[in-house]
Each structure stands twice: as structure tokens, then as C-alpha cells.
Ligand binder design. Sequence first.
Ligand code: ZN
Ligand code: FE
Length: 258
Amino acid sequence: MLTITALPAFNDNYIWLLQDSATQQCAAVDPGDAKPVLQWLKDNPGWQLTDILITHHHHDHTGGIGTLKQATGARVHGPGQETIDGVDHPLADLQQLQVLDRTFTVYHVPGHTLGHIVYYLPGEQPLLFSGDTLFLAGCGRLFEGTPAQMYHSLQRLAALPATTLVYCTHEYSLSNLKFAAAVEPDNTAVSARLEKVATLREQGHISLPSTLADELATNPFLRCNEQQVVTSAARESGQLPVGPVEVFAAIRAWKDRF
Ligand code: ZN
Ligand code: FE
């Protein structure tokens, strides 16, 4: 069993620290800042950071690589289609990756950036480290890719087992759920989740991880075939969308100005 700890960074980032207690080895996902990881290692003597997993090139995900590599000698895995200083091991779609004696699968999911990858660990309790692609009740902005690319990327992730725990990089859950409630005012799973996450955040708790089952029920970007999502997309874009990619494009553009 891996233990997974969220190390907060910047305003709303989480650096996920995967710990294997059998070996006292750990791996960090998207360390945008080295400090929280170095502090954890200091507070937990005997542990070794062996690997760093990078999802995409944005600085809030990569800024800590240099310092951490120098301090720990960790091996750095990252997207083969992006140029990132310090990456030792470029990865491609469907590549298998050995980290902490486990075998992760890499998915190339263009949209937020063109080279963005995510890390999936199958098993009794599957885990997905989704970076800035799939958020709790949301998805990343389209900085580089097209709506069609992001739509298909999200569809691939949606096809993973519903029990998969989803660890994304940002605490955007509350604002995402407010948007989801605007898209689907009649979706009771959305309103219940909004209430739950609002309470968690008021108490200073993290809202993550999510599960794929909860995403399928509440994430409007995974629900582009639902009638109320289609209707909202048509209203906001001023034209009737043809097919789920156009629905996705319309609600993604709406979210940008929400
Ligand atoms: Zn990003
Ligand atoms: Fe980010």
C-alpha cells in the first residue's frame, strides 16, 4: 500500500507525495516548489526521495525539479513531447513506468498543454495523478490544445475504472462545483457535492482526492451528452451545439468567463 500525502504549495497547488513504507522510499508528483518536499524529508528522517513525476511544463509543476534533484538525486520522469529542464526520462503514451516497485501507465492527454501526461496505477484501488487535465468537477484551461483534443483526453480518463481515486494538482473544487451547478441546476449530485466541499473548505480541509464515479456524476466536462448540459451550452454560446465536442467547447469557453 502506498500512503499519499498532499503537500500544499503556492496558493492552491498540491504536491502529491507517494510513500512506500516497506522501503521508506517516496516519489513526488509535480513539485512546483522544492521547499515543502525538503521540509517533509527533514521531518521524516530515513526516507529517500527516489522519483519525481512531472505532468506538464508549467512552472507551478516543475519549479522544484532542480533543487530536489541536487538534494536527493531523484530520477525525473516527464512528458516526452515537452522540453523541461532536468527531466531524465521522457515518457510517451501507454508507456509503462516502474516507480516505487509498482508499474504505472502513462497516458498522453493533450489539451491543457500539448504534451501533458497523466500517471495511472492500476490495482485493487486504482490511482490517477491527473495534473491539470481532470480536476474535481472541472478540467484544465485550453492553453495549447483544441477542445476536441481535450474532450478526447478526458474521455480516455473517464473510461478508467469508476473506483479510481483522482489526484489532481489544484484545489479548484469549490469554484468548479459552483460552475457545475450553473451548468446543471437540476443535478442533485452536484448540489450535494457543492455543499459537502463547501463545508470541508470552511473547516480548512482538502477536498481531494476525487473518484472517477463522482466525476462521472458531477463533472460537466464529462457529461457533454446530458440534456441539461447541452441546453446550457446552447444558451451560453447562442447556437445549438452539434455533438459532444461542440458542447464541451461551449462550456469550456463559458467557464473561462464565469
Ligand atoms: Zn498547468
Ligand atoms: Fe497548474
